[in-house]
Write a new protein. Structure first.
Length: 517
């Protein structure tokens, strides 16, 4: 056991003739008649003490045990008296007793020795011990009196404080304490790291040390809030480091209250947000630049598509005319082949023009009332003529379903999906169309038995220029059709989605509000 020098001092308690004389009345029973009153008073004082008071012989046998000792160590007086003091000493601290007794024998007093003792239920007590020798009338040391004060609460609060200090010092955020007058009272490692001042350099200084001149009024505002008991959350501002550099920080400031609830200062935790601010600035610049480039691209697409469309329309018209004139000519198949390619080019340019319209918000609907069943029937008949391998079936009960929408645009959507159904179904098979009506919408479904779409791409296929990789990419396409279709349906305030079983086929659904009649 190590004892600090101030823990041991000379001095003795004058005790009874024989401290080993066992008694159930503590010090009381050591006395003789003339001192009876004084002893009774002493016994009362001992028993009303908050501190455990125990006496023992030089051999360590307990001779008295007060009420507080019972409270502290859970042994009753009769359980403890007569037992060896090791009853309450943890095994690893038994050597302490030898040192204590050695000192007592020399007439030394042990003062405020902090140690641990064990109670009856095995739990430990942090105590501060004061042990004094007991002498008999002849001045011979015959035992020791031991006063034990429970310091568990103090130890706990010290532990708590140490834990808090460790947390504060290991925090990534700068944590600063200051008085109501703005004087810095604490400064953790992160604060030192962030602002460049050591703890010693700033404690006692005014917080204005790190506030830019043009932001001094912030401190007044902050302290006004703190004095009124308000917390300030995530206040973004700028502070100055020791080297003069500006730091963007986000601060949270809370009032510090004393034990009786008075506000005595403020604790401030500051997080460096310079990186975030910088990233935001760069991101903003990029976004602006991107928007600018996008605008140029949109303008170019509109211009290019228009400029391409005009000559193409003339070529197409002339070729169609030529086709009529050369109907019986043996070389007409050359013309037909050329026309097929021109139709493709025409479709592509029309689509690109649509994309431009969508991008520039110029997709305008030309609504009218029409029978959607009739429209699907026409589209089905027309597309059936383009394929021999696929049987396109429209399940229709011949009833009329009137909707108020843009007929050409809805036709464009159905054609897009039906053309895809044919294209992505290389084996012969059936394509099924259905249309049903509920109170305020019509639901069209187009089912194919083609290659299908992997689950994870079912959302992406409606994005601009998106094409599924893998098997699907061997089919020619531009990834525009479904994007335009989705935008058309969105403009009608309807919905479009797909379900698919990879390798077995897909179902595309379109739901369109019936619209105003
Ligand atoms: P594309 O011109 O490439 O066909 P779309 O926008 O019409 O462009 O379709 C986007 C992608 O969605 C296609 O590239 C294809 O991968 C997939 N897709 C569309 N319809 C079907 C379908 N019926 N079966 C399988 N995949 C399809």
């Amino acid at each position: 056991m190590k004892m600090k020098s101030n823990e041991i001092s000379s001095g003795a308690v004058t005790g009874p003739e024989d401290a080993t004389s066992n008694s159930s009345n503590n010090l009381h029973s050591f006395s003789h008649n003339p001192l009876e009153e004084k002893e009774a008073l002493l016994a009362a004082i001992v028993n009303s003490s908050e501190d455990a008071i125990i006496s023992k012989t030089l051999q360590g046998i307990i001779t008295s045990w007060n009420t507080a000792a019972t409270f502290m160590f859970q042994y009753t007086e009769s359980e403890a008296v007569g037992k060896h003091i090791s009853l309450i000493i943890p095994h690893d601290r038994l050597s302490e007793e030898t040192v204590i007794i050695e000192n007592i024998r020399k007439g030394n007093k042990i003062k405020n020795f902090e140690t641990i003792r064990v109670a009856k239920d095995g739990t430990f007590r942090h105590i501060s011990l004061t042990v004094s020798p007991i002498t008999n009338k002849q001045g011979i040391i015959i035992g020791a009196s031991k006063i034990a004060r429970d310091i568990s609460y103090r130890i706990k609060s010290e532990e708590k404080q140490a834990t808090l200090a460790a947390i504060i010092n290991s925090s990534e955020d700068a944590i600063i304490g200051k008085s109501l007058e703005g004087i810095i009272t604490s400064w953790n490692y992160a604060a030192a790291r962030l602002f460049g001042y050591t703890e010693q350099e700033v404690i006692g200084k005014h917080i204005s040390l790190i506030i830019p001149k043009d932001r001094m009024n912030e401190e007044t505002m902050i302290m006004e809030n703190i004095t009124n008991g308000n917390k300030i959350d995530h206040f973004e501002t700028v502070r100055i480091a020791k080297d003069g550099s500006e730091i963007n920080i986000s601060v949270t400031i809370s009032p510090i209250k004393n034990a009786i609830g008075q506000i005595v200062g403020a604790s401030k935790s500051a997080r460096d947000i310079s990186l975030r601010i910088q990233t935001e600035k760069t991101q903003k610049l990029y976004t602006e630049r991107l928007q600018e480039l996008n605008k140029y691209k949109d303008e170019f697409m509109v211009m290019a598509s228009h400029e391409l469309k005009t000559p193409l329309t003339v070529i197409l018209a002339n070729l169609q005319l030529l086709q009529l004139m050369l109907e019986n000519d043996t070389n007409v198949h050359f013309l037909n082949k050329t026309l097929k390619q021109v139709y493709k080019l025409n479709d592509l340019i029309t689509n690109l023009l649509d994309v431009s319209k969508i991008q520039t918000g110029k997709l305008v609907l030309d609504r009218s009332e029409f029978d959607i069943n009739l429209l699907i029937m026409e589209v089905t008949d027309n597309l059936q003529k383009t394929t021999k391998d696929h049987k396109i079936t429209f399940v229709n009960n011949n009833s009329e379903i009137l909707i108020h929408a843009d007929r050409d645009r809805i036709e464009q959507v159905i054609i897009n999906i039906l053309v895809n159904a044919i294209k992505y179904m290389p084996e012969p098979g059936e394509i099924l169309l259905q249309c049903s009506q509920s109170a305020d919408e019509v639901l069209i479904s187009i089912t194919d038995k083609g290659i299908g779409i992997p689950e994870q791409y079912l959302q992406d296929i409606f994005q601009r220029f998106y094409r599924v990789s893998g098997a699907a990419s061997s089919f020619a396409g531009s990834g525009i059709g479904l994007y335009i279709s989705a935008e058309i349906i969105k403009t009608h305030k309807g919905k479009i989605w797909a379900e698919s079983d990879l390798g077995k086929g897909s179902v595309f659904y379109i739901s369109i509000p019936v619209g105003a009649k």
